[in-house]
Design a protein around this ligand. Structure first.
Ligand code: NDP
Ligand code: MG
Length: 331
């Protein structure tokens, strides 16, 4: 089992009094900046003038500067703008100003692992990746708790990169829950695999295929929506709360029998073969290359496929049915 770092294992000292620049004030950026500040650390938010974030960060009492100005004062800088935006911001507003012994932090390994950002040898490169969305990182911190995180060191110029990463994780509250060491490679590849095969790609494909099967067999789309999409959350919440066996304690024996005898026919050896292929495309860099190219040419496939799915019957039916369930709208 992996070593888990808790509050008592980690000292904030190495980053106390240092200047921490948070680049971006979105989902993660806002949470990190505010938590670090409340942990008694010196934080500057790097943002673009005229942007929404600049205004919001100022309103919330943050020290805000243009990215290229903030970077020049930074001991530690954390990249918390969208992954697809990071390379050109790095090249134009960060790289020209880098100085020896600065530390560059990331919350996801993609750009470093796939060499979209290539830092000079005289800086530290680390990752602290919370395992939860930004607003939760903030809310739990305020409650005296924290969201667990992964951390990694890619480049250790100062010989202190691990200490810095762990201190940063403590500053955002993550060591209150527990922090585990990984590598940029492991975090990047497993993150992509998870979102492609299970969390986003797998789940939506499963929902749509089930829905289509029922509708093509003449069942009402409304009823199919409830069975294939709406109830997903009830089951997933139980699995999330207590694991698979725990979920099975909450369903009927009929459901359980169907689950254990039919499930393996839906996700079978063939499916697993395809999963391995997708994993290989991730590991070989083929997926990254495809996605980077797609961005360079203005996202034609991305836009077309999203649009097609937005027009799917399940989305039209869902819109009407969710109107009947106003409680779903609450945060
Ligand atoms: P967001 O999409 O929330 O980032 C939005 C922020 O980026 C805003 O402050 C926005 O500023 C700024 N921004 C966007 N484009 C530019 C630009 N061209 N120049 C300057 N600022 C820009 O990002 P996330 O918080 O979702 O993700 C940040 C990192 O964290 C990513 O590496 C992601 O993989 C990682 N991560 C995200 C998680 C999540 O739950 N979201 C979980 C774990 C990791 P403006 O208001 O001016 O547009
Ligand atoms: Mg992901």
């Amino acid at each position: 089992m992996a070593k888990v770092y808790h509050d008592s294992d980690v000292s904030l000292d190495i980053i106390k009094g240092k200047t921490i620049v948070i680049i971006g004030y979105g989902s993660q950026g806002r949470a990190h900046a505010r938590n670090l500040k409340d942990s008694g650390l010196n934080v500057i938010v790097g943002a673009r003038p005229n942007g929404e974030s600049w205004k919001r960060a100022v309103e919330e009492g943050m020290n805000v500067e243009k990215i290229e100005d903030a970077v020049q004062k930074a001991d530690i800088m954390m990249f918390l703008i969208p992954d697809t935006e990071q390379p050109h911001i790095y090249n134009n507003q960060v790289m020209p100003y880098l100085k020896p012994n600065q530390a560059l932090g990331f919350a996801h390994g993609f750009n470093i692992h796939f060499s979209q950002i290539v830092p000079p040898p005289f800086v530290d490169v680390f990752m602290v990746a919370p395992k939860g969305p930004g607003p939760l990182v903030r809310d739990l911190y305020v409650e005296g708790k924290g969201v667990p995180a992964l951390f990694a060191v890619y480049q250790d110029y100062s010989q202190k990169a691990k200490e810095i990463a762990l201190a940063y994780a403590k500053g955002i509250g993550a060591t209150r829950a527990g922090v585990i060491e990984t590598t940029f490679k492991e975090e990047t590849e497993t993150d992509l695999f998870g979102e492609q095969v299970i969390l986003c790609g797998g789940v939506t494909a499963l929902i749509k295929a089930g829905f289509e099967t029922l509708v093509e067999a003449g069942y009402q789309p409304e009823v199919a929506y409830y069975e294939c999409l709406h109830e997903m959350k009830l089951i997933v919440d139980l699995i999330n709360q207590g694991g698979i066996s725990f979920m099975r304690k909450a369903i009927s024996d009929t459901a359980k029998y169907g689950d254990i005898t039919r499930g393996p026919r839906i996700v079978n050896e063939e499916t697993k073969k395809e999963m391995k292929k997708i994993l290989y495309e991730i590991q070989s860099g083929q997926f990254a290359k495809e996605w980077i190219l797609e961005n360079q040419v203005g996202r034609p496939v991305f836009n077309a496929l999203l649009k097609k799915d937005e027009e799917h019957l399940i989305e039209k039916v869902g819109k009407i049915l969710r109107e009947m369930m106003p409680w779903l709208k609450k945060k």
